[in-house]
Design a protein around this ligand. Structure first.
Ligand SMILES: Cc1cc2nc3c(=O)[nH]c(=O)nc-3n(C[C@H](O)[C@H](O)[C@H](O)COP(=O)(O)OP(=O)(O)OC[C@H]3O[C@@H](n4cnc5c(N)ncnc54)[C@H](O)[C@@H]3O)c2cc1C
Length: 324
């Protein structure tokens, strides 16, 4: 059995692979475990044993894989039951999960079951001199960063936003894999699948190397941005105004409520630069902003600023890049 006090990372399955955020956290958790002087354990729940081995390439000392063919779909009650059964006897000091839809769902349930604290949506992690994990969370609309600790209970449960840590490169395989086969039947589930319709569109802006992001200044015309994105191999993102107005899908929102991105280049068009938005691009390599207001705060976040009406600027870029 795993030694008490270890750092555990929930590695969320996505078919035969893992959610990218789970690998980001696992690699980042290595230094947390080292700073706490403890082991790093990756725990995964799903159908098929094979993917569990992949986790050994990201720094885990131990991989615990709960496997059964019935675990090919997420179920709140069942996944909570299975994780609780793994966590309770081993008394981890920390449990990290990706702030995905399922990760957030599980984290809240587990925090209640284990009577412990949950720090949600952190954007960075640190171990303080007292050997406590500090999860940093943007607060009060992004105006401050709050460091949250869970001093008296364990595990300290933390959900981490996708994209805040770099995508890790697999290294040498380390650690041992332990496969657990729970006894399950349909009654183990809290829900029953009546029908299943996969969602057509899935955009993951956290993986895009180049982003073209539009705000209110686009006046809802995202076709112009899509043409530019097409020319430069970019994905299209948006401010909250643009997604709330229904101009583009909600999953394209960048920022505090949306996603934190780390593209090499971000082109920001017609966005004022509210702090709740810029938190989503502050890890970009190079930011180009176009705004007709020379005093727009977005220019403080930009490496290159262009003052002017975005429509003719984008049209010209598309024309010249298209010809090139
Ligand atoms: C708790 C909370 C969470 C939030 N989370 C998010 C979030 O995740 N993401 C997010 O984006 N927002 C978020 N917001 C909202 C945020 O505060 C801003 O309201 C929003 O980002 C503004 O969007 P915008 O820049 O598109 O619009 P505006 O602030 O209205 O800015 C439009 C800009 O376009 C410029 N412009 C207008 N026409 C043109 C033109 N033709 N050419 C060039 N420039 C032009 C204007 O000069 C202006 O600067 C959040 C707010 C709160 C309170």
């Amino acid at each position: 059995m795993t030694s008490p006090g270890a750092v555990w990372v929930y590695s969320e399955r996505h078919g035969e692979s893992f959610r990218p955020v789970s690998l980001e956290i696992l690699a980042a958790a290595r230094s947390v475990a080292d700073a706490l002087g403890t082991k790093l354990v990756a725990v995964t729940v799903g159908a098929g044993e094979a993917p569990a081995n992949a986790l050994t390439y990201y720094g885990a000392d131990e991989v615990v894989a709960v496997e059964d063919p019935l675990l090919d779909r997420y179920d709140t009650k069942l996944f909570t039951d299975l994780l609780e059964a793994e966590l309770r006897p081993t008394d981890p000091s920390v449990l990290l999960l990706g702030a995905t839809r399922d990760g957030q769902d599980l984290a809240g349930r587990l925090a209640v079951r284990l009577r412990t604290g949950l720090t949600a949506h952190v954007t960075s992690l640190e171990v303080d001199p007292g050997k406590r994990l500090v999860g940093w969370v943007p607060g009060f609309g992004g105006g401050i960063e709050a460091g949250v600790v869970c001093p008296n209970q364990r595990p300290a449960i933390v959900t981490v936003r996708p994209g805040v840590f770099p995508t890790p490169v697999p290294g040498e395989a380390t650690g041992v894999v332990r496969i657990n086969h729970p006894t399950l039947d349909e009654s183990s589930f809290g829900s029953r699948r009546v029908s299943f319709e996969p969602k057509g569109l899935t955009v993951d802006l956290t993986r895009s190397e180049v982003l073209v992001v539009g705000g209110r200044g686009t006046d809802g015309d995202f076709s112009r941005l899509q043409r530019l994105a097409h020319c430069i191999g970019a994905e299209v993102g948006a401010t909250r105004v643009a997604t709330d107005s229904g101009w583009v899908e909600r999953e394209r929102m960048v920022g505090q409520t949306g996603v934190v991105t780390r593209p090499k280049v971000a082109v920001i068009l017609g966005a004022s630069g509210a702090v709740q938005f810029t938190v989503g691009i502050e890890k970009a390599g190079f930011v180009i902003a176009v705004n007709r207001d020379p005093d727009a705060p977005i220019f403080e976040s930009a490496d290159l600023g262009i003052v002017g009406d975005l429509a003719p600027i984008v049209d010209r870029l598309v024309r010249e890049l298209g010809e090139a």
